[in-house]
Design a protein around this ligand. Sequence first.
Ligand code: WT7
Length: 632
Amino acid sequence: MTRIRTQDDYVKAHKQSMENPEKFWGDYAEQFTWHKKWNKVCSGNFQNLDYKWFEGAKLNMSENCLDRHLATKGDKVALLFEPNDPNEDVKRYTYKQLHKEVNKMANVLKNKGVKKGDIVTFYMGMVPELLIGIVACTRIGAIHSVVFGGFSATALADRMIDAKSTVLVTNDASYRGNKTVPLKETADEALAKSPTVKTVLVAKRIGNKVNMQAGRDFWLHDELTKASDTCAPASMDAEDPLFILYTSGSTGKPKGQLHTTAGYMTWAKFTFENVFQVNENDLYWCTADIGWVTGHTYIAYGPLLSGATTIMFEGIPTYPDAGRFWQVVDKHKVTHFYTAPTAIRALQAQGLDFVNKHSLASLKVLGTVGEPINEEAWDWYYKNIGKSKCPIADTWWQTETGGIMISNLAGVTPHKATFATIPLPGVEPMLVDADGKEIKGNPADGNLCISRSWPGMTRGIYGDMDRFKNTYFTTYPGKYFTGDGARRDEKGQYRITGRVDDVINVSGHRIGTAEVEDALNQHEKVVESAVVGYPHEIKGQGIYAYVICTEKPTDQEAFKKELNALVNKIIGPIAKPDKIQLTSGLPKTRSGKIMRRILRKVAENDTSSLGDTSTLLNPEIVEEIIKGAKKI
Ligand code: WT7
């Protein structure tokens, strides 16, 4: 079955994927271009973390994204680039043109000495060279590591050092609404700390003056003119690494999630076409940044593997005004629109005038991703954007899962406000209680685990398999623990309620509390800090920091600004605390552990039931913290 088109198809597909995954995924994978077929569809063992997909097969990702379509849709637009400034010209690349550009870029990388298995870091704005660059890596078997352009020099350096990356591709600067982001300048600061990077390719976007270090830094356009536009696709093993992508966890150090070739490819295509139900003449737009996994799977790989047209948007939802998304929808007649709840809430707050200037008549399917969507935002999106006729696919997944795991299939299975609903074929979710016991029957509330491997699953944390095991497979032995809590309704449909670990979801981006604490603690006047999330109207969750300092600062506001600037410098603007409370102590247990439950309750302004505080070493501090919070 190439496409699930009815509820009945879904039921059959899910059943077969559980009973006979070999046949289900083997049949599906027939459509790809293989240099050599697999020996076995799925092998290895989930519990031992040595699961493999399509073992023994040889293939190339870029060939499946591009070459495979040349004969049938060479002149179809593959990539449509909509610039930050609505008056600047749109760029379109047909499959033929994109194929050429990717080949040229692959040759540039080769000319710079990049080999199979080398890690190329991308630190760019949302420009076509970014998408071309990552697909070019896959052409020659290099591994890409995209670092979101909003991260700081320190965060970029940490990621390049961890990956032992040899090449960096960046921009002179990028546009962001009415601002510019000095990417090369920040990259220079990071490069000073990252000795493994020997070559830097700079794609010109703005034309600002940048420092170019002779022998290390090269203008990409110069290199492209010298490069041939044919490059044979490297024959990769099914389990060869495709990319790493860093994500936050419960310690300060970011985790490089490793995805491999054949399984990820299969998952990206299968989930893209079945969840969104994009047809031949549709126009699909995912508003994410390629710096996050959503952009990898649902701007680049999923659409290209499916031969769809994908829109890449450089700008922001509120520039030149809060109607920008809707203007772009009308301008290109977008049929499928995929965005994040935080963007929906931010635009909802700007009022309907920005929406009603546009027709939105082309829209057929809407999607959301990144965080739980609240009922008000869902209703607003459904009525005002979808005009009560477009299904909303609420897609739950993670950087680790490679692609969508739980979602309704747009127009095929029913949506339900605030519910991601059903597991895709191949996905076996389960709810467990605090002891790891499976909670059977409906309705139910528990922690969300997945109990068997699926093709798109991360193969581990780059360079740290022990941490991989400890993070995901030890809380509930033998099961993959997602870190999320969930509810199952009487029909067995899932609603994801949010993180239950020390991760905060700010505007759909994961921030580890420990990461922010580590940054705060680097201030010479900070003795200790504790960071928790609290409900935030637009961002979903905001960042609340409790800070103990060596002495009471004379100017508290100035001190808080210093702390914010420090977090901005070490991580980036997305991790800046929304609220900072100075305190003389933190509630601790006798063993010295911070009782975060109390801090969360105070941050949420819900101090009616703080639970059992009798095990605290310093119960008197709770009063001080509650009082202090009222003044913030
Ligand atoms: C975390 C993963 C997956 C791409 C973007 C984020 C939350 C994601 C949903 C949803 C409720 C969601 C979860 C998850 N999340 N999608 N539809 N409903 N929560 O990727 O940075 O790896 O974060 O985002 O908490 O664990 P990520």
